[in-house]
Design a protein around this ligand. Structure first.
Ligand SMILES: Cc1cc2nc3c(=O)[nH]c(=O)nc-3n(C[C@H](O)[C@H](O)[C@H](O)COP(=O)(O)O)c2cc1C
Ligand code: SF4
Length: 527
């Protein structure tokens, strides 16, 4: 059945509804598509959409239609577990953020859960959060300012919100104990309290988190999965690392927490202040570590999940552990699972860029995945309280586009891609190419680069038809080609290759020899 014409913009196509009668393609060998049991909740695969605020709600904190559609789109892509964004357990104001501090918020969440269930096979959890006060003046409340009644209030608010989470129909609740927020700040080595909830001992720092887990368990019952997200490393001077996060993991496992989702950093202590703006905890190095950008290695934080998991296994606990942080490809995800470094793979930006990542991986179509370029435009939108979206989506699309069902042919080039390269002063290579053709629309372009005689590797992706590569060094050759991709992720043939040879005296001026010597010849046009 046709669901639109080639002229229908792909983001206006209906989000695919699950068709239960169609045969499920055989799972490829490997761990990524093995189900996992979380206290009786069977999650169909090991891919977790980790919580990611959308900033789509109003200041009222009520679930609205755009939020529902955003999560339906994720579900259509086939992630095993969707963790819906951080949702406040209390009534404090904090810009556009979901809330569950009162029964009046429950119907909106129920509608979200129902829609997600209709749209795909995913199980759906809600992340619940408490945060302290923060002002534009730069002032912020810290854990040592809280009195006994406020601590009691935090525990009660978590328990009540967890009960509402269950009442709304979510399959699980996740307690946010990571980054800059209240429970994380208690766990922190920088907790300055001197009482029983204080920084003198790890037991003291864990006390509030322990009370919250126990109260939540009482509120939701023994047959309901409760997950916890915490930092494996604070990534700030004086903060804790694996030596203590393994102990936090141990306590959570002993309390019967059903999965541990390991994050990193995201602290106020090293955040960069902006005059007149409330501090955003992801602007310093620790924030870089939460959402590692392109300059960080793939799987940058996996060692934290691996360390906690191996500690738990050595101490007799089988609690599943989620690893997250720049896992771009199914191949890397599979490697992490096979190496026993994690039980589930957390993806946030990779799924924002392409919610169909799981579906494509399941079919062995890894090359059709629209790859996140980790430039963190989405993070900047979050920082500025603007609606979070991906820079790779079409300009006016409210969520990632859906492929037209009849889009089965890849884009083509009118000629050969007409790729041109210009070497600019300062070691930049400016690339430009022609517009590709596809009856259902071209979605974007992938740029590949080869250094000297090495292999071509994906450099970046974009919707524009030009790119400046600022990483060309004197005395080396850089070859490029470009491939266009459509909304189904189908890729054109590579454009013609162009090679740029950067002269050896380019770095320091005429006649200065770096001693590199000739680096050989290659195919493609030479600039
Ligand atoms: C825009 C944005 C919002 C985020 N919001 C949350 C959140 O609400 N709760 C949370 O625990 N982590 C949040 N994160 C962190 C992600 O869950 C994830 O741990 C991080 O982005 C690293 O994974 P990735 O490399 O797959 O993106 C957010 C990340 C981004 C980019
Ligand atoms: S905006 Fe950039 S970092 Fe964020 S999901 Fe899209 S490509 Fe990835």
């Amino acid at each position: 059945m046709r669901t639109g014409s080639p002229l229908t913009p792909p983001w206006r196509l209906p989000i695919l509804v699950r068709v239960t009668s169609s045969p499920t393609p055989a799972a490829p060998p490997g761990r990524l598509f093995e189900p996992i049991d979380l206290r009786g909740l069977v999650v169909p695969n090991r891919i977790v959409l980790t919580a990611m605020v959308t900033r789509l709600s109003g200041e009222d904190g009520v679930v609205n239609a755009p939020i529902v559609e955003r999560y339906a789109r994720f579900a259509a892509g086939g992630a095993g577990l969707i963790v819906v964004e951080a949702t406040a357990v209390h009534e404090a104001r904090s810009g556009p953020l979901l809330r569950l501090g009162d029964d009046r918020f429950v119907p909106g969440h129920r509608a979200l859960v129902d829609r997600v269930r209709d749209a795909g096979p995913s199980k759906v959890a809600l992340q619940i959060i408490h945060f302290l006060k923060i002002a534009r003046s730069g002032w912020r409340q810290t854990v040592d300012m809280l009195g006994a009644a406020e601590l009691r209030g935090i525990v009660d608010a978590y328990a009540a919100a967890a009960a509402r989470t269950r009442a709304a129909g979510y399959d699980a609740v996740e307690l946010h104990m990571a980054h800059a927020y209240t429970l994380s700040s208690f766990l922190s080595r920088l907790n300055r309290r001197h009482d029983a909830y204080g920084g003198r001992s790890l037991e003291g720092r864990m006390r509030l988190a322990t009370e919250v887990v126990l109260a939540v368990r009482r509120a939701v019952g023994d047959d309901y999965p409760v997950g916890v997200r915490f930092d494996g490393e604070e990534c700030v001077k004086g903060g804790y690392g694996l030596a203590e996060s393994t102990q936090i993991g141990l306590r959570m496992a002993q309390l019967g927490v059903d999965y541990l989702s390991i994050s990193a950093g995201g602290k106020f202590e090293d955040a960069v202040p902006k005059p007149g703006e409330p501090l955003y905890p992801y602007t310093g190095y620790s924030g870089d570590r939460t959402m590692p950008a392109a300059q960080y290695p793939d799987g940058a934080n996996v060692y934290l999940a691996a360390g906690i998991r191996s500690f738990l296994r050595a101490h007799g606990h089988a609690t599943p552990v989620v690893a997250a942080g720049k896992v771009p490809t199914p191949a890397l995800a599979e490697r992490i699972l096979r190496a026993g470094e994690a039980d589930m793979i957390g993806l946030a930006r990779a799924l924002l860029a392409d919610p169909d990542w799981p579906r494509k991986a399941r079919r062995g179509h890894d090359d059709r995945i629209v790859r996140c370029v980790y430039g963190n435009v989405c993070k900047a939108l979050d920082e500025n309280f603007r609606q979070v979206r991906c820079v790779l989506w079409p300009k006016d699309a409210p969520h990632a586009p859906t492929a037209h069902p009849e889009d089965v042919d890849p884009p083509t080039w009118p000629t050969d891609g007409d790729l041109r390269a210009e070497l600019r002063p300062g070691g930049q290579v400016a690339l430009a190419w022609e517009r590709a053709i596809d009856p259902f629309g071209v979605y974007g372009y992938q740029v590949f680069r080869r250094v000297n005689d090495g292999p071509f590797a994906h450099l970046t992706s974009m919707t524009a038809r030009r790119h400046v590569d600022a990483f060309a060094l004197a005395g080396n050759r850089y070859a490029y080609h470009v491939r266009a991709y459509d909304f189904a992720g189908l890729r054109s043939a590579p454009s013609r290759a162009v090679e740029v040879a950067v002269p050896e005296d380019y770095a320091l001026g005429d006649g200065v020899d770096l001693g590199i010597g000739p680096v050989g010849g290659a195919d493609g046009d030479r600039v």
